[in-house]
Design a protein around this ligand. Structure first.
Ligand SMILES: CCCCCCCC/C=C\CCCCCCCC(=O)OC[C@H](COP(=O)(O)O[C@@H]1[C@H](O)[C@H](OP(=O)(O)O)[C@@H](O)[C@H](O)[C@H]1O)OC(=O)CCCCCCC/C=C\CCCCCCCC
Ligand SMILES: Nc1ccn([C@@H]2O[C@H](COP(=O)(O)O)[C@@H](O)[C@H]2O)c(=O)n1
Ligand SMILES: [Mg+2]
Ligand SMILES: [Mg+2]
Length: 203
C-alpha cells in the first residue's frame, strides 16, 4: 500500500539525492550505511527496551532505502548490482528489527505472546520477499500484496513509537498479530500469482 507513495518519496528525495551525488557519495554507500544504522539501532535499542528512540532512529535509517534508489536512478546507474545489494541488505534490516523485539519481549519486556508474535513476523516477513525473488528468478513476477516491506516496517515502527510513548504492550501485541496475519496473506497472494502465471504459461 505504501509503495503508492514511491512517486512522492522520489520528489522528496531528489534534491538531497542530487546533493549527495555532487558530494561524491555513491548509492551503494547510502545502502550500506542505512542498513548498518537499522541493524545496530534495532539490536541495541529494542533489546534494551528503548522502543521510542529505536523507532525514531530506525525510521530515519529505513527511509534511506528509498533515497539510494533515487540516487542510482538520478546518476543513471541503477542496475542488477544495486538491486541485488539493496534487496540482500534489506533482509538484515528486517531481521534485526523483529529480532530486537523478540529479545526484548522474551526478556525484560516480559511478554512471551508478544515475543512469539514478533518471531512469527520475522519468519513470515522473510518468506514474503523470498517468494518474490524466487518467482523473479524463474522469470515470473510476484510483487505486491497487502503487506509489502514498507507496510510491514511502518506498522511495527508506529507500534514501537506508540508503546515507547507509554501505550500498553497490548498495542504491540495486536499490531504484531495483525502483521503476522497480513504477511501470511501476502505470501498466499504471491503464491496465487505465480500459480496463475504457471497455469497461463501451460495453456
Ligand atoms: C524522522 C521523523 C520521524 C517521525 C516518526 C514518524 C513515525 C513513522 C513510522 C514509521 C515510518 C516507517 C518508514 C518505513 C520506510 C520504508 C522505506 C522503504 O522500505 O523503502 C523502500 C521501498 C521498497 O523499495 P524496493 O522495491 O527496492 O524494495 C524491495 C521491496 O522492499 C521488497 O519487499 P517485499 O514486499 O517483497 O518484502 C523486497 O522483496 C525487495 O528485496 C526490496 O528490494 O520503497 C517504497 O516502498 C517507496 C515508498 C516508501 C514509503 C515510505 C512511507 C514513509 C511514511 C512515513 C514517514 C514519515 C517520516 C517522513 C520524514 C521525511 C524526512 C525527509
Ligand atoms: N545501491 C543501490 C540501491 C538501489 N539501486 C536501484 O534502485 C532500485 C531500488 O530502488 P528503491 O527506490 O526501492 O531503493 C534497485 O532495484 C536498483 O535498481 C541501485 O542501483 N543501487
Ligand atoms: Mg533502496
Ligand atoms: Mg531496499
Amino acid at each position: 500500500m505504501l509503495s503508492r507513495l514511491r512517486g512522492a518519496m522520489t520528489r522528496l528525495w531528489t534534491p538531497l539525492a542530487d546533493a549527495l551525488l555532487r558530494a561524491g557519495v555513491s548509492p551503494d554507500a547510502v545502502t550500506v550505511v542505512g542498513t548498518v544504522g537499522v541493524v545496530v539501532t534495532a539490536l541495541w535499542a529494542f533489546p534494551t527496551g528503548h522502543l521510542l528512540l529505536g523507532a525514531l532512529v530506525i525510521t530515519v535509517f529505513s527511509l534511506t532505502d528509498s533515497l539510494d534508489g533515487v540516487m542510482a536512478r538520478r546518476a543513471g546507474r541503477s542496475g542488477p548490482w544495486g538491486a541485488f545489494l539493496d534487496s540482500t541488505l534489506d533482509r538484515f534490516g528486517d531481521a534485526a528489527v523483529f529480532s530486537g523485539l523478540v529479545v526484548w519481549y522474551a526478556g525484560g519486556g516480559d511478554d512471551r505472546t508478544t515475543a512469539a508474535l514478533a518471531l512469527a513476523c520475522l519468519v513470515l516477513g522473510s518468506v514474503v520477499p523470498y517468494a518474490r525473488a524466487r518467482a523473479e528468478g524463474l522469470g515470473m513476477t510476484a510483487s505486491g500484496g497487502i503487506a509489502e516491506r514498507a507496510d510491514r516496517l511502518f506498522a511495527v515502527l508506529v507500534a514501537a513509537l506508540v508503546v515507547g510513548l507509554g501505550a500498553p504492550t497490548a498495542v504491540m501485541t495486536v499490531v504484531l498479530a495483525l502483521l503476522a496475519l497480513a504477511s501470511a496473506v501476502t505470501v498466499a497472494q504471491r503464491v496465487a500469482a505465480v500459480h496463475r502465471q504457471v497455469r497461463e504459461g501451460a495453456r
